[in-house]
Design a protein around this ligand. Structure first.
Ligand SMILES: Nc1ncnc2c1ncn2[C@@H]1O[C@H](COP(=O)(O)OP(=O)(O)OP(=O)(O)O)[C@@H](O)[C@H]1O
Ligand SMILES: [Mg+2]
Length: 267
């Protein structure tokens, strides 16, 4: 199955919220992996089934200790846990001080996430730059989604980060703008900035800026989550994204083409 990396250039445009929303709405089995070196937000905002606190000792750090002999679906899932609602999550480090404990883990982790048999993986990679320790996870992904808002400074940082990232990442690049559903003009402006760049952005999505919907992923929600603009837009994006990464990559297609006689390989 496939790894999708979500990240931002600067600010807090809503990467963690978008990752939780997409994870909750993903049409296949999925694992949300918190790969943000700044520390876990999910452990603070979300709960285990029955409203119990999540076990913050089980996550990336415990995986690093257990996974020295090798990583695979079983060991990954043994260090993951379920959120209330059923989404599987691998909690990130508690604080940036713990990052040293997983220094050698990022590259094998990225490769393992991208090849899990039992689930797709959505990795919340936080803010990303060329010197970020979690860059190998982004590099291993089949799809890299940069999240921004429709403000001038967010888009300026996004543009700068895309220009740099394109030299470090081979995956398909996508952009998700978090903006008020009524602000279509602002979103259009973001697309025109991207169109003016020489970099190919394969996919683009508009996720609703929706404080009521977002509050459910902040541990404060009340009312009917399924009626919110966040869930409406998130459902469409999750379905689209899952179908994109569910298709065989060009590399896999080329390998299959080389292995079988002409005409036998179908997309
Ligand atoms: N789609 C949204 N609509 C309304 N509010 C949102 C949305 N997404 C995020 N928020 C709010 O913005 C704040 C930051 O969100 P979040 O933690 O998801 O951002 P982030 O990009 O992961 O930030 P960081 O870089 O600090 O990890 C939170 O209070 C969250 O509730
Ligand atoms: Mg975050």
């Amino acid at each position: 199955m496939a790894l999708v990396a979500l990240a931002s250039a600067k600010g807090s445009p809503g990467v963690t919220t978008a990752s939780l929303v997409l994870g909750a709405l993903w049409p296949r089995q999925v694992l949300l992996a918190e790969c943000d070196p700044a520390g876990s937000d999910v452990a603070i905002r979300m709960t285990a089934p029955g409203g119990q606190p999540l076990n913050s000792d089980r996550g990336l750090l415990s995986l690093a200790a257990a996974g020295r002999k090798g990583l695979g679906d079983e060991v990954i899932m043994a260090h993951s846990q379920q959120l209330d609602g059923g989404l599987d999550v691998m909690l990130g480090v508690r604080s940036p001080e713990q990052i040293g404990g997983i220094a050698g883990l990022w590259a094998p982790l990225g490769l393992t996430f991208n090849q899990m048999h039992s689930a797709d993986v959505l990795a919340d990679c936080g803010r990303i730059g060329p010197a970020s320790p979690q860059l190998p996870v982004v590099q291993a992904a089949r799809l890299v989604v940069l999240v921004c808002t429709a403000t001038g400074s967010s888009v300026a940082h996004l543009r700068e980060r895309l220009s740099s990232l394109v030299h470090h990442v081979d995956a398909r690049l996508a952009v998700m703008v978090v903006a008020d559903p009524k602000r279509r003009d602002g979103v259009k402006q973001v697309w025109s900035v991207l169109d003016a760049m020489s970099i190919q952005i394969h996919h683009r999505w508009h996720l609703a800026y929706d404080p009521v919907g977002a509050s459910f992923f902040d541990g404060r929600g009340h009312g009917r989550l399924e009626k919110t603009a966040l869930i409406r837009t998130g459902s469409e994006i999750a379905a689209d994204m899952a179908s994109i990464v569910g298709m065989p990559s060009q590399y896999e297609y080329d390998m299959a083409q080389a292995a079988f006689p002409e005409g036998e390989v179908r997309r």
